[in-house]
Every structure is written in C-alpha cells, then in structure tokens.
Design a protein around this ligand. Sequence first.
Ligand code: FAD
Ligand code: NAD
Length: 470
Amino acid sequence: MVVGAGTAGLLAAQTAASLGARVLLVDRGTWGGECLWTGCVPSKALFAAGEAAAAARAAAGFGVHVDGVRVDGAAVLASVRAAVQEIEPVDSPAAQRAAGVAVAEGQLVFTGPSSAVLDGRRVRFRQAVVATGSAPALPAVPGLADSSPLTTETLWDEPDLPERLVVLGGGTTGCELGQAMARLGVRVDLVETADRLLPGEDPAASALVTAALRADGVTVHLSTQVQRVSGAPGDTRVTLADGGELRCDRLLVTTGRRAAGDGLGLDAAGVQRDDDGWVVVDAHLRTSNPRIWAAGDVTGQPQYTHLAGLHGSTVAANAVLGLRRRVDLTALPRVTFTQPEVAAVGVPTGTAEQAGLRVLEQGHRHSDRAITDQRTDGVTRLAVDARHRVRGATVVGPRAGETLAELTLAVTQGLTTSDLTASTHPYPTHADPVWQAAISDYRGRLAAPVPRRAIAVLRHLHRLRTALTR
Ligand SMILES: Cc1cc2nc3c(=O)[nH]c(=O)nc-3n(C[C@H](O)[C@H](O)[C@H](O)COP(=O)(O)OP(=O)(O)OC[C@H]3O[C@@H](n4cnc5c(N)ncnc54)[C@H](O)[C@@H]3O)c2cc1C
Ligand SMILES: NC(=O)c1ccc[n+]([C@@H]2O[C@H](COP(=O)([O-])OP(=O)(O)OC[C@H]3O[C@@H](n4cnc5c(N)ncnc54)[C@H](O)[C@@H]3O)[C@@H](O)[C@H]2O)c1
C-alpha cells in the first residue's frame, strides 16, 4: 500500500506494480500532489507569464518596440490553471489503473503496525510506503495566522493578481514567485531574515539574483525581522522590527515547510518522527516499523520532485525485491528558476575553499551567447579537487538548469576538467563558460614545469624528425 499520490507515491506505486506487486495507492484527491497542483507546475507557468512580460519590456534593447504592455491578472492565473489541467491526466487515477495500480480516494489513518482505516473501511497491508509530502509552515509572527495570508497552497485559486504584495521569505519559492509577480506588474516587497536572498546558495548567486529582482522592481529587505502583522486582505500591514511598516493587499508566506504526517496515525503504526515531525528513515528509506517505508518530502530530505521520484522508485525496489538500495545525495542537483537561473550540484561552491578545494570562476561577460541575448549577468563556478575532479558547481545564468546536467554527470562520475575539455561543446550556447573554465584549468596544468618540459621535448623531437626526413 502507498499513501500519497504525489511524485514519490506515484513512482513507488508504479515501480512496485511493474515489479509484479499488488499495489493499492491511496490519496485524498490531489492525484499528482504538490508538484502538479500547487508547486512546480503552477509556479513555472506563472514564471513563464512574467518572462513574457519582461521580454516584451526588454525588446526595445534589441530594436523591437512593443507598445503598452498590459497584464490581465485573471487571464494569467487562468493560463496557469490551464497548464495544470493539461498535465493532470498523466497523474490521474485512470492512468494509475492503466499502469496496474489499484487506487482509492480518501484520508488514510494507520491503526496499527500492519493495519489502517480508509474512510471507515479496514485496510491490511504487508508493506506500506508513507509519501504524504510537506506543507507550508507559518512562522510564529503575532497576527500572521489571523491575517489570512496566502501560501503556495492557496495562491493559485485567487481570481486576480494583487496590486501590492509582501512576500515573507527569500528562499527558492519567495525569489521565484516574487520576481514573477513583479514582472507581471505587482508591487512586491520581499522580506528575508538572513543577510542575503537564497542563503543556502553561493553568495555570488545571491548577489546576482538580488540585483535581478531589484531591476525587475522588487523591493528587497534583507536582515529584516517581521514583528507583527495586522489587518486583512485588501489592507494588510506588516510591521518590521526596525519600526518600519509595509502595506499590501495580500501577504504571501514562503518561509519554509513542515512535514505532512499529522493525523496519519504514525504513532499507532510505530513510525518514529523527529522533533520537527519528519519521518525518520534509515539509509534504505525504511522507517522504525520494518513493514513501512517513507519517500519524498515527508522524510525531511531536500524537497525536490526529482528526489521524490528517486525515493519512490528506490523504496519500491527495496520493498518488493528485498534490495538494499540507497539514495546518494552528494550529487543532488537543484535549480532556482529565477532569471537568471541558479543551478547547483555537489560541494557548495561558496564554501569549497574552506573544504580545501579550488574554485574556477568564469564570469559570463565574455560568453558570446550571453552577449547576443543581453544576459551577461551570470557566473559559472566549479569546485575542483587536487586531482582536477569536479566536486561541485554553481551556474547562474539563462538556462543554467540545462547546463547543470553535464556538471551533475561530472560530479557523479568523478570527471576531471580535462574530461570536460575533451568533449566538444557546440557554439554558441549558455553552457560555454563551463567549457571555458575547464579549458583554462587544463591550460594552467600545461603551464606547470613538468608538462612544460614534456612539451619542449616533444617540440624538439618533432623538429629533429622533420630535419632528418628532409
Ligand atoms: C511553489 C513550489 C514550487 C516548487 N518547484 C519545484 C521545482 O521547480 N522543482 C522541484 O524539483 N521541486 C519543486 N518544488 C518541490 C516539490 O513540489 C516537492 O518536493 C514534491 O512535490 C514532493 O513530492 P512528494 O511526493 O513527496 O509529496 P506531495 O507531492 O506533497 O504528495 C503528497 C500526497 O499525499 C497526499 N496525502 C497526504 N496525507 C494523506 C493522507 N492521510 N491520506 C491520503 N493521502 C494523503 C496529498 O494529498 C498529496 O497528494 C516546489 C514546491 C513548491 C511549494
Ligand atoms: N525550483 C525548485 O526546485 C523549488 C522551488 C520552490 C520550492 N522548492 C523546494 O521547496 C523548499 C521550500 O522552499 P521555501 O523557499 O518555501 O523555503 P526555504 O526554507 O528554502 O526558504 C525560506 C526562507 O525564508 C526565510 N525566513 C524564515 N523565516 C522568516 C521570517 N519570519 N521572515 C522572513 N524570512 C524568513 C529563511 O531565511 C529562508 O531564506 C525548498 O527548499 C525546495 O526544496 C524547490
């Protein structure tokens, strides 16, 4: 039995069925989970709308004049919902049945180590997977909960875009949505408690994203605590610790997540959770109940759809075939879909030098493709070890998420900068700075005393051979 039909649960159920297991997949009704309904899909569709508006405004820089860009907020949100609807059939109950998975809709509650109830019906299972995801967490700010703030669970049902929006939290979600909204003409204040946006990323990435958001009209407040929230939608007031006040029509909270395991009867099932509510798993994703596994956000591991999917297929193989597969997080890629995008993998490049690695940096000012596209505000940073193996990378720039695929392969396979140099890169792409960084590292190696002497000997031998054959 699999509880939760988000990415983790869908992949667990489909993989288990393909391995010959009889599988029941249970969900409350949001087949496809957060990614489809309230996460990746709507946020990327909203970002695409913002990108279209920004491109229209920036067109004059290319000599193309678009007069009077007008944003119809209701139509933007309708286009976002249309994107969700177009993808929805792939994750629907019908699609699961076609894949050999039995489905049931309702709220499942565990009643013991191998039993549960689903809307009053008893269910017994040999093995179960908990894949119930995570939910937005509201910080303990006085007045916040009473001010009906928006979260990523409610934003998409709004009839129109607000005129003024305060976004609390400058992590991935706040930066993506804040920039998209500003580009769509919303007056955005973005409030972050840390001293930089995207505090988990390389500081170079934070600086470039902050500059880009400001250029799009976002007012960024760093190192700022919110003391109190008052008012209601239409006129919400956010009082800052320094005494300042922000007024807005809507407040959007993007300050982090909590596990969605409450009310699931995990205690009755003997499934241990940590102090923050995340389900505790071992390296094979097995919980404290040997019959029950967990996958996806609910484990408290990094919250990404690609990891949830990997978790899902891994637990299915472990549960059905008795394998002992692990999920290796050392080369887990991640992308913040702002413009410029921030893509990173492996050892954090911001702290790589403290870890004894060298950082190769290539600004994008001299990348021909960045120049033709008028997006030179990017940087590529590769962390390499003493054997020139790529151990981590951060790329900031257009399509950085696509560029990251090569670097993820490099980190996973222990490739060196000379391996990257040896594979021809097409010209001109946004991935060019990766090749340039690798080539300059390789050239640096050739300039060292031993290779220089070897090159001198080869040159000398070649001259001799040429002279003798004349
Ligand atoms: C705004 C936003 C943008 C994002 N963008 C990206 C992105 O671009 N790329 C990326 O990789 N990640 C992104 N993420 C993260 C990504 O959405 C999650 O990591 C991923 O969806 C988690 O999948 P999951 O299967 O673990 O959980 P979920 O998708 O949350 O699925 C859990 C399912 O369990 C069901 N459920 C819960 N409790 C019960 C119960 N008791 N009984 C029955 N069913 C139950 C729920 O209804 C739900 O369908 C984004 C997140 C947000 C909020
Ligand atoms: N492109 C993607 O892959 C993508 C997009 C969105 C979300 N996600 C996933 O969802 C997870 C959650 O994202 P998130 O951005 O909601 O959370 P987050 O934890 O990544 O960021 C929250 C931010 O809010 C700040 N903060 C906390 N309390 C605050 C307060 N009271 N006032 C102001 N700022 C405060 C934190 O310092 C932090 O920078 C991400 O870590 C990621 O795994 C992924």
